[in-house]
Design a binder for this molecule. Structure first.
Ligand SMILES: N[C@@H](CCC(=O)N[C@@H](CS)C(=O)NCC(=O)O)C(=O)O
Length: 206
């Protein structure tokens, strides 16, 4: 199994989930501007979509789209899923909200200029994170251990810190809690992410 990622991109969620699962996997960085992989290959040969994450399974099939990749990881590793009749649906509900609302709202932040759009995006994000904070009643979204949804939320909160989006004290505490997990430290170290909130050199994402 091989994860194609870009440092500090949304693929960090999948990277963290695979580390949390404790499974062996290969990983290769992708330059999102040139669309070349670290070994010099054309990323279009992996996925014509040209964006990360892409997870090549041992069967040779390639999965794309964060919601699908994270759902697949949870299906293989029940400790990262949520039990009960509505468990999987609730996780998909959060993953979809993060993907289609929060992740999308960050788009203007990744591009130079567009100051008015950034002001609007920051306000939208503050409201969206507020909704998530209202639902955070335990250490993690669904109890006392993280699911794949927490991995994705954590990455969005790193982006919030990077782009000065205000979030609640409860979400800041969640970010610190996730950030202290050994699997998260490993994934972030692998991606060369230290002092990420103030890291000015990382511009590929969104
Ligand atoms: N629909 C995709 C979007 C993934 C996405 O936006 N990936 C970004 C990094 S966070 C990317 O690779 N952008 C480069 C590009 O689109 O050219 C998903 O949800 O997985």
């Amino acid at each position: 199994m091989k994860l194609y990622y870009s440092p500090f991109a949304c693929s960090l969620a999948d990277h963290i989930a695979l580390e949390e699962a404790g499974v062996p996997f290969e990983r290769e960085a992708v330059d999102l501007k040139t669309k070349r992989t670290a070994s010099g290959n054309d990323f279009a040969a992996v996925t014509a979509k040209g964006y990360v994450p892409a997870l090549v399974l041992d069967s040779g099939e390639t999965l794309t789209e964060n919601v699908a990749v994270l759902d697949w990881i949870a299906s293989q590793h029940p400790e990262l899923s949520v039990a009960g009749p509505l468990g999987r649906t609730r996780v998909l509900e959060v993953l979809s909200y993060i993907s289609s609302e929060i992740h999308r709202s960050f788009k203007p932040m990744w591009h130079p200029g567009h100051d008015a759009e950034k002001v609007k995006a920051r306000a939208a994000l503050a409201a969206q994170f507020g909704l998530v904070a209202d639902g955070l009643k335990t250490d993690y979204l669904f109890g006392d251990r993280p699911s794949v949804a927490d991995c994705y939320l954590f990455v969005m909160l790193l982006w919030a810190a990077r782009f000065h989006v205000p979030v609640s004290a409860s979400l800041e505490a969640f970010r610190n809690r996730m950030g202290a997990r050994p699997a998260v430290r490993i994934a972030m170290t692998d991606e060369g992410l230290v002092n990420i909130a103030s890291e000015p050199g990382i511009e590929q994402g969104g």
